[in-house]
Design a protein around this ligand. Structure first.
Ligand code: NAD
Length: 260
């Protein structure tokens, strides 16, 4: 049986770890060819190895910083030179930044979080949308967060950036729907990745597992999410099975966002 993404080309930013890696594995299993972008080439090599352990496919690795528009233009151009088209785009790379009360929040860190999480997503949209428009369609998924639809303590920059991702998703969706392009965002709760482990380490540097255990008590599902759960959601949105889902911000959080 053919996969839902058979011979489709999917570009993934932040493909070296966590959600980007999980999506890479699932979409490759569904038949996709991959262009994986990350600031960390070693991490990309590891993702490639993990994908190829599951399935044989064409994988292009591109080192690049999503906060730099020239490097974003380059990963789009390089993907096009290699594959000739971009069917799906998981616009995902992001960082948490340091946790602090707003009055103590370091302004340089604020700029860094905005540069990667907000501008990085904008540059990705800016350079991939015209490619898809020319092709006559495509599917884009941005990574917002539960912090993009409600408040999260001590994360003023992260919250600002992820609310902005939700806003940019809706704006791009209404601009490009008539060109056969769907632009959606996912809003994950805490999913067990390196970023979330780092976040728990900020809460309790000596025992992040205890911080995690404490944290999930507040979640209706009483657990962290798994990266592969996100992988399946993103693969579905990129598959084009339901293109009328457009401009949506879709929580994947064990009902956490429904609670408030
Ligand atoms: P992660 O740290 O495991 O992976 C992020 C990847 O992005 C890393 O490989 C890193 O090298 C790469 N990256 C960082 N800065 C980059 C840059 N400037 N240019 C290119 N690549 C860069 O984190 P994750 O949990 O997989 O997070 C992925 C996305 O999901 C982020 O946008 C994050 O904010 C979002 N998110 C994660 C969670 C969660 O619980 N894990 C929840 C909500 C949202």
């Amino acid at each position: 049986m053919k996969g839902r993404l058979e011979d489709k080309v999917v570009v993934i930013t932040g493909g070296g770890s966590g959600l980007g890696r999980a999506v890479a594995i699932v979409v490759a299993e569904e038949g996709a060819k991959l262009s994986l972008v990350d600031i960390n080439m070693e991490a990309l090599e590891e993702t490639k190895k993990l994908v190829l352990e599951q399935v044989e496919t064409d994988i292009l690795l591109l080192e690049g910083d999503v906060a730099d528009e020239d490097q974003v233009k380059k990963y789009v151009d390089d993907s096009m030179s290699h594959f000739g088209r971009i069917d799906g785009f998981y616009n995902n790379a992001g960082i948490e930044g340091k946790q602090a009360l707003t009055e103590d929040y370091d302004s340089a860190m604020f700029d860094k979080v905005i540069a990667i999480n907000l501008k990085g997503v904008f540059y990705g949209l800016k350079h991939v949308l015209p490619v898809m428009k020319k092709q006559g369609g495509g599917y884009i998924v941005n990574t917002s967060s539960v912090g993009g639809i409600r408040a999260v303590m001590n994360q003023i920059a992260y919250g600002a950036s992820k609310h902005a991702v939700a806003g940019m998703t809706k704006d791009a969706a209404i601009e490009y729907a008539e060109h056969g392009i769907s632009v959606n965002a996912i809003a994950p709760g805490a999913i067990l990745t390196e970023m979330v482990i780092g976040s728990f380490k900020q809460i309790d540097p000596d025992n992040w597992e205890a911080a995690a255990k404490d944290f999930v008590q507040d979640n209706p599902a009483k657990r962290l999410g798994k990266p592969e759960e996100v992988g399946h959601l993103v693969a579905y949105l990129l598959s084009g099975e339901s293109p009328f889902i457009n401009g949506a911000i879709i929580p994947i959080d064990g009902a956490q966002s429904a609670k408030y």
